[in-house]
Design a protein around this ligand. Structure first.
Ligand code: PEP
Ligand code: MG
Length: 576
């Protein structure tokens, strides 16, 4: 038996025979050409053929993984037709006289290096896309065929070094029940697509793992904990089957919460909403019974692009979300970039302390014309549903006033042009800087709602960079000081008679949800996959019990004391 632990990136359990996908590297000789025109023609034919193949992969995958995930192939088409990419290949052919295959390989390696050097996990993962399209193009130039996953005829677990988006699209129409790869991370395509297809998957099992496995070996995949077993013992199989059974029963039980409102055991209403990054994410929130969108991170419309989205593009995106959510509330956060989120189109200089620097509302107030484009798009979309606007990274009242002023100007412009919008649109702020939390009583007089960004609030309260692994042990959601800040915000919201939401990760941690309710939070927003289990967890406590837990925790002397309390009293109830 072989047993290994990797990173579980898509929940669930599967048991099936292994299909080992060993892809030969694209092998070629370094050749030079004299007739560069003929070589350019050869390249153009292969580019067309590659584009056609990607188009048909997109068609194949639409059904199974949905429009949003199939968009990866649009991105591939864009890369393939991108001038920088083609110009670079042309340079290697025309100036260095390399043959087309060699020229594509050179371009691939250069771009791969560039992507891998970017300080952003998502962008780094795009290196895999460059390799995928380039390898396809090189194979086409050499007249080679792709390895065919669609030849799999019986339920199988794919074992591979990595899965390209093209491979994953093929999985869609084959009886593949899980996969395990040597490399990859939470944001790699294989991970994202596995989750979209509901196929258990474990990645990052380590180089060389594939060599120990043969086609037909029995494989067990535990996508929750990231375990994989090859040719397991009877005892392991028995234990695995029990876990699988418990998991499936729990999933069925949670599904009964879909159409229920979020409410405590004694009937106190807690609105459970979803966080989204793109309009397509709304579907998952609806599928999981979300009662609204508590956070639409609008910056995702701006990232990953070389030009800024126009007012029209933004309007269409916002409108599609509010329309899909019908009359349910949709909170759209204005651009929150900087920190770990980069917008190449803005060409912002690198900073020494990006999380404390030129970011979010600070950029928008510094560039009011740019901000007004978003304001107009949001206001226009507000005519089509229950849209609310939220400003991120507020540290002081002046910022709230200035941002609202820009919205007033945008309203005026729309009125002058007879363009409809919601005159009573609600405007709220994120509370994610301790200065804002402490001053919440005053800020509450000027806004329609609060939403606590615990990810940043913890980072700034504990002075711990949220993405620095080395100090992650100091990042303490249960620090009594953090909890006291949240209580100040909850109290201020109640006094001002406004909603107090939470849209950071803490909101979606089911154990923590009871504490947050006890601290005065009225709305919890989280990724779609956490909505049902949070509704379930909340329903097991009375409001008084939540308040008691919160009181115990804010009077604790240390985070450790609270962690112990959490592990003994709350965590066991989250397990099954
Ligand atoms: C937060 O800070 O908690 C939050 C929700 O915003 P983001 O994670 O996008 O910074
Ligand atoms: Mg934040």
């Amino acid at each position: 038996m072989i047993q290994k632990k990797g990173l579980g990136v898509s929940n669930g359990y599967s048991k099936a025979k292994a299909f080992v996908l060993k892809k030969a590297k694209v092998e070629f000789e370094h050749r030079y050409v004299t007739d560069v025109n003929a070589e350019m023609n050869r390249l153009n034919v292969a580019l067309d053929e590659t584009a056609k193949q990607i188009e048909s992969l997109k068609e194949e995958s639409l059904q199974r993984i949905g429009e949003k995930n199939a968009e990866i192939f649009d991105a591939h088409l864009m890369m393939l037709t991108d001038d920088t990419y083609k110009e670079r290949i042309k340079y290697f052919i025309c100036d260095e006289r390399k043959d087309a295959v060699y020229a594509v390989d050179m371009t691939k390696n250069e771009l791969k290096k560039t992507f891998e050097a970017i300080d952003d996990e998502y962008m780094r993962a795009r290196a895999a896309d460059i390799c995928d399209i380039s390898d396809r193009l090189m194979r086409n130039l050499m007249g080679e065929k792709d390895v065919d996953i669609s030849s799999i005829t019986e339920p199988s677990v794919i074992i591979a070094h990595d899965l390209t988006p093209s491979d994953t699209a093929r999985i869609g129409s084959s009886p593949v029940v899980g996969f395990a790869t040597e490399i990859g991370g939470k944001t790699s395509h294989s991970a994202i697509m596995a989750a979209a297809m509901n196929i258990p998957a474990v990645v990052a099992l380590g180089e060389g793992f594939i060599n120990d496995i043969k086609n037909g070996d029995l494989v067990l995949i535990d996508g929750r904990e990231g375990h994989i077993y090859i040719n397991p013992t009877e005892d392991i199989i028995k234990e695995f089957d029990e876990k699988k059974d418990r998991y499936e029963k729990e999933e069925k039980r949670l599904a009964t919460f879909k159409d229920k409102q979020g409410v405590t055991k004694d009937g106190k209403r807690v609105i459970i909403e979803g966080n989204i990054g793109t309009p397509q994410d709304v579907d998952k929130v609806i599928e999981n019974g979300g009662e609204g969108i508590g956070l639409f991170r609008s910056e995702f419309l701006f990232m990953d692009k070389t030009t800024l989205p126009t007012e029209e593009e933004q309007f269409e995106a916002y409108k599609s979300v509010v329309e899909k959510m019908k009359d349910k509330p949709v909170i759209i956060r204005t651009l929150d970039i900087g920190g770990d989120k980069n917008v190449p189109a803005l060409n912002l200089p690198k900073e020494e302390n990006p999380f404390l620097g030129y970011r979010a509302i600070r950029i928008c107030l510094h560039r009011p014309h740019f901000f007004k484009v978003q304001a107009r798009a949001l206001l226009r979309a507000s005519a089509f549903g229950n849209l609310r606007v939220m400003f991120p990274m507020i540290s002081a009242l002046e910022e709230v006033k200035a941002a609202k002023q820009i919205f007033e100007e945008a309203k005026q412009e729309l009125k002058e042009n007879n363009i409809k919008f919601d005159e009573n649109i609600k405007i709220g702020i994120m509370i994610e800087i301790p200065a804002a939390a402490v001053n919440a009583m005053t800020l509450g007089k000027y806004v329609d709602f609060f939403s606590i960004g615990t990810n940043d609030l913890i980072q700034y309260s504990c002075a711990v960079d949220r993405i620095n692994e080395k100090i992650s042990n100091l990042y303490k959601p249960l620090h009594p000081s953090v909890l006291r800040l949240i209580k100040m915000v909850g109290d201020a919201a109640a006094k001002n008679n406004i909603e107090c939401g939470v849209c950071g990760e803490m909101g979606g941690s089911r154990g923590m949800s009871a504490i947050l309710v006890g601290l005065g939070c009225t709305n919890l927003s989280m990724s779609a996959s956490k909505i049902l289990r949070t509704k379930d967890f909340i329903s097991r406590w009375t409001y008084d019990e939540c308040k008691k837990i919160a009181e115990d925790m804010i009077s604790a002397e240390s985070a450790e004391e609270n962690e112990k309390y959490f592990n003994e009293k709350l965590k066991p109830l989250t397990e099954f």
